[in-house]
Design a protein around this ligand. Structure first.
Ligand code: 13P
Length: 256
């Protein structure tokens, strides 16, 4: 039986009122589906504790959208893994394309974060994916290989045990143009084979999810692909009814 990992990345969205009404709706509707998929919310750091209070009695987990590479000290404006762990965070999104683009995060810098997150026993969600131009030039696999190999270099062959990789083609994020599920399946297969080559026995310990304009109309086709283990959802996760529809779809497939 498949157990999907469904992660809601709220990015720089949400407020106290929205969070209260979102989880009221979720509480009323989620119980029938709660144990069939693993559900994770990644709000802004500002609201992590508030969301934690809302999900306390539900089978839902918390993720941070980013983290600093320092654990403590004079680093104004940052959050550390220790702090995030302290307030109940279980997953940390690393290397989202918006951080690579707007904050100039490099593969090497992201690998440092990945190493630290694992060392402190949280679960990294590593985002990988190509730009539109790289896709047009047929460089998708090469780009992903570079993004992954940097992690292997820092952590060794078993780097991806008990971790999550999110394939998010940059051209599909926030555009309404998702990748084709069959193309995503091929990329996920490539990612899993690449990991298997380094660590033949670890592949079941790595979750590979897709992100990029996922909504209730396309979720089913993605989740039906054999190597898609979950979804990383941006804008569709901000609407509780829309998000619930996606959870229902995941649970129906799990039950098939
Ligand atoms: P959208 O679902 O809004 O395209 O965002 C995807 C994403 O970036 C999730 O991390």
């Amino acid at each position: 039986m498949k157990n999907f990992l469904i992660v809601a990345n709220w990015k720089l969205n949400g407020n106290i009122k929205m969070i209260s009404s979102f989880f009221e709706t979720l509480k009323l509707n989620l119980s029938a589906y709660a144990n069939k998929s693993t559900i994770v919310f990644a709000p802004s750091d500002v609201y992590l504790e508030r969301v934690y209070q809302c999900i306390n009695d539900m089978n839902i987990f918390l993720a941070a959208q980013n983290v600093d590479i320092n654990l403590k000290g004079a680093f104004t404006g940052e959050s550390s893994i220790l702090m995030l762990k302290d307030i109940g965070v279980k997953y940390i999104i690393i290397g989202h394309s918006e951080r690579r683009l707007f904050h100039q995060e490099t593969n090497d810098f992201i690998a440092k974060k990945f190493l630290l997150v694992k060392k402190l026993k949280l679960i990294p969600i590593l985002c990988v994916g190509e730009t539109e131009k790289e896709k047009q030039n047929g460089q998708t696999k090469q780009v992903i290989k570079e993004q992954l190999s940097c992690i292997f270099q820092k952590l060794g062959n078993s780097a991806f045990r008990n971790t999550v990789i999110a394939y998010e083609p940059i051209w599909a994020i926030g555009t309404g143009f998702s990748a084709h599920p069959k193309d995503v399946q091929l990329i996920h297969e490539f990612i899993k084979n690449y990991i298997r080559k380094h660590d033949p026995s670890s592949i079941n310990e790595t979750i590979v999810q897709y992100g990029g304009s996922v909504n209730h109309s396309n979720a089913k086709e993605f989740l039906k692909q054999s190597d898609i283990n979950g979804l990383l959802i941006g804008s569709a996760s901000l609407n509780p009814q829309e998000f619930l529809k996606i959870i229902r779809i995941a649970c129906h497939i799990t039950g098939e």
